[in-house]
Write a protein that binds this ligand. Sequence first.
Ligand code: C2O
Ligand code: CU
Length: 458
Amino acid sequence: GADDTVPLRRQDLIPRAPRAAARSAVAPFSVRMPVPQELRPAWSGPDHDLYKIAVKPANLEILPGLTTPLLTYGGTFVGPTIRARTGRPAKVVFVNQLDRPTNVHLHGAHVPAVSDGHPMETIDPGRFRSYDYPNAQQGTTLWYHDHSHHMEAEHVYRGLHGMYVIDDPAERRLRLPDGPYDVPIFLRNAQFDENGGLVFFSPYDRTTILANGRPQPYFPVAARKYRFRLVNGANEYTFRLTLGGAEFQQIASDGGLLPAPVPLTELVLGSAQRADIVVDFARYPVGTQVVLTDAASGAPVLRFDVVRQAWDDSRVPDVLRPLPPMPAATVRREVSMRFGYTETDVFGLVNDKQFDPNRVDFRIKRGDTEIWTLTNGDSDQGIEHTFHMHLVQFRVLDRNGAPPRPWDAGLKDTIQLPPNETVRVQATFRNYLGRYVYHCHYLEHSSLGMMAQMEVVP
Ligand code: C2O
Ligand code: CU
């Protein structure tokens, strides 16, 4: 009866995404890591490439011997990789063959508002929508995912994610590893039931790390340099990636190349962030197994098996690409993210308001450079948030007054916002007009309304 009801604790209301990854559903290194298929254009015109992707359910083998029902792009998990080129626009037609509305956001891309996958602009079942991607930005590693309001956490968790690489002719002279030695790796975690089904919102006690959609796989490599484009597609998880203490070079972050390679022994990669790293396997004899480990959980992510010698004329030059100049900021704003509660419910809030698609929270003049001070309003609850802004790449000016850490450096679109940290970011709104969202990229949080809207005006 009502008298026995245990009062809800606030924390119990917050949906929990997979966090711990120590207990996996399978023995590690039992399957090989695939590289998601590169999508061929359906048509190539004089001034753009046209791609077509069906958004559809599929039953696929993720854990050996079991079938997992998924939502997919093109019937694969992870979805197909689009390889675009700076200066060459792409048009991507997504055909919704699901039983529910969906939409697509190209995370980290500078695109016109109408093609940004605004949370309210969804594609009904049986319909399609064509998104225009100008690819006018510098080369980088992006990813595309569902962004339908209130549903993005579940849809992305169930498989609506894929990678999108912009190759930049201006970077060819650097002679970084390319071709088969340039490998995108999509990282996330998931919890499976005993039949292989994905469990969404649970105690998450047996979370499994997936690399390119397979559990803790192995990947044969040659004894030479590789460029790995790491994407953290987990709804809510920060990887701390190590190679058993061995050094590797970070060469790019969310928005493209860093000015110079950064030697690291650990890379912190939060939800939705990307980092390109170069690992040189030439230092290992053939037969060596090198494990990429998530130091946050102690779980292995992926094992590189050095299986052969190979010719290597690639390099990692000392100077990569200068960052674009930062004009002086003329506008300052504050953004705080937290949860709000009623007796029985919980809401995501940005500056104390739940997302309202009919409200514009910030009006921004095109051409302006702004500094946003970001704070975590849940510090007393110990809850971590993240911050992601559409439309632009920003720069981290400082974190708690200190210079950006390596993983905050360069062109960024997503950063961590742990309790008691304040981050200042600076962005210039150069290109497009219209309404774009900014939000917490813990998708369980944004699904509850931890999202707001800016409008860029002339
Ligand atoms: Cu990757 Cu608004 O999101
Ligand atoms: Cu959050």
